[in-house]
Design a protein around this ligand. Structure first.
Ligand SMILES: NC(=O)c1ccc[n+]([C@@H]2O[C@H](COP(=O)([O-])OP(=O)(O)OC[C@H]3O[C@@H](n4cnc5c(N)ncnc54)[C@H](OP(=O)(O)O)[C@@H]3O)[C@@H](O)[C@H]2O)c1
Length: 430
């Protein structure tokens, strides 16, 4: 093992990049000791050299172009914290890996879309590519899945992977205010971007889920194979009714491997209020890993922010400093298989249904007949709060195939007595 300095270039000096430099400034001696060699930031890159970043960058060489930084002969490791699946982040990552320099990235979008190609590039050139910070921020879930749990065949990996959505859903439930109000608060507090689509649309969680699935099941990253639904359609009544029934509504990412293939889905769903994930409030992230020998393990912590994300990055840097190159997704990139996709209709869950129907005798019988004909059996059924001429009917089903529930819901929506599009949310096992 060498004890020559590991020379580092930081590409991107925004929230995360500045956080990384602060950790080096605060803990340089400890980082060197843990790595067994000096870790030395030598160069940095961002767009605007004159911006105040709350951290002194005057001691480092400056590059306007992150690709030029990645190509510097005096940089052994590039920390990529620019962002974006393509563009300068990918160009800089490829430039570094292609000459055998290591890369540590927080970029879930790039890893979800190009992870297979980049892992192969790293391997071809004997470099490390690490991405702990890309999933659940400060929570060391990539190390847990890739190392601590490596003895297991994983069955299911799921969790709350987006802090913004969890904050919005938690606040809706606690305050009784609606989605748009709480979204505006989240934007003011800096928990949500001005354009919140990536978060509330489920895309950010989908990027992370695709990475967890690849690592957990030893298959190629398949972001296109993730079915994605966001929280935009979740309304206050569903959150309140779910609470009355003993559930919480969460945006959950679930990756499951079975004989029928791999299922990857991100969607709002109900979880028991007293489960580890159901009880998770605010911006916190949590991931549950279920393996054949370990059983269930739960990892929880801050999913974003300067300190937690930078902490995960520097952890990866220390690991690389210690020596040895480990494959990016746990097995050599060339051995990663393409998992067959499980047809979504074959999945089975219990369901929460909210129906708005005409309030007259015989309507419930029509609804139960449609469900019965589709072989969807009912666990609970309640009629709530009569409005003039309309009734809300809540149904909790036993576990049923998604395809059968979808067909039944479709038929209910076409009944003459149906006054609004039914709401159907899965109830996840937890
Ligand atoms: N923020 C979080 O909590 C968090 C959590 C987990 C993962 N991540 C991931 O970490 C990465 C960085 O996020 P961030 O929040 O730190 O982003 P950010 O605050 O927007 O910072 C991005 C940095 O990249 C620089 N940059 C952008 N385009 C560039 C270009 N063409 N050439 C050179 N530099 C360029 C910017 O330069 P200027 O400063 O000069 O404009 C800025 O310093 C993303 O992949 C994100 O998904 C972030």
């Amino acid at each position: 093992m060498t004890n020559a300095p590991l020379r580092i270039g930081v590409a991107g000096l925004g929230t995360v990049g500045a956080g990384v430099l602060k950790i080096f400034a605060a803990h340089q001696d400890q980082l060197n000791a843990r790595s067994g060699r000096p870790l030395e930031v030598v160069a940095v890159s961002a767009r605007n050299k004159n911006k105040d970043r709350g951290v002194d960058v005057s001691g480092f060489s400056w590059e306007d172009d992150p690709v030029a930084l990645a190509r510097r002969g005096d940089v052994d490791l590039v920390i990529e914290v620019i962002g974006g699946s393509d563009g300068p982040a990918k160009a800089a990552t490829e430039a570094a890996l292609a000459r055998g320099a290591h890369v540590v990235t927080a970029n879930k979008a790039m890893m979800a879309v190009h992870g297979g190609h980049l892992a192969q590039l790293a391997e071809t050139h004997g470099a490390s590519l690490r991405f702990e910070a890309a999933v659940a921020g400060g929570v060391p879930i990539i190390k847990a899945l890739g190392e601590g749990l490596a003895a297991n065949k994983m069955r299911r990996v799921y969790g709350v992977l987006n802090g913004t959505c969890n904050y919005i859903l938690t606040e809706m439930q606690k305050s009784g205010r609606d989605y748009l109000d709480i979204l505006a608060d989240a934007q003011e507090l800096g928990y949500a971007e001005a354009d919140p689509t990536a978060d509330v649309g489920g895309w950010d969680a989908a990027h992370k889920l695709a990475l967890l699935a690849a690592l957990g099941f030893g298959c190629k990253v398949d972001f296109a194979g993730v079915s994605v639904e966001g929280i935009e359609r979740i309304s206050l009544p569903d959150i309140q009714f779910a609470a009355e029934l003993g559930y919480r509504v969460k945006l959950v990412g679930v990756a499951e491997m079975s004989e029928q293939g791999l299922s990857q889905r991100v969607a709002p769903c109900l979880l028991p209020a007293d489960s580890a994930i159901g009880a998770l409030d605010g911006v916190t992230n949590a991931v549950v890993c279920e393996g054949d020998f370990i059983g269930q393990t739960v990892y929880e912590g801050p999913g974003a922010g300067e300190g937690p994300t930078a902490s995960a990055i520097v952890g990866d840097v220390i690991d690389i400093g210690r020596g040895g190159v480990r494959p990016t997704f746990g097995v050599p990139a060339s051995d990663l298989s393409s998992a067959a996709q499980r047809p979504e209709d074959s999945l089975a869950s219990a369901y929460y249904l909210r129906l708005t129907v005409i309030d007259k005798p015989g309507v419930l019988a029509q609804v139960t007949k449609v469900l019965g004909d589709a072989a969807v059996s009912i666990d609970q059924m309640r009629q709530i709060g009569r409005q003039p001429d309309a009734a809300t009917v809540l149904v909790v089903t036993h576990e049923a195939a998604h395809g059968q529930v979808r067909d039944a819901v479709d038929q209910i929506s076409r009944l003459d007595v149906s006054l609004a599009e039914p709401i159907a949310l899965t109830i996840e096992r937890a």
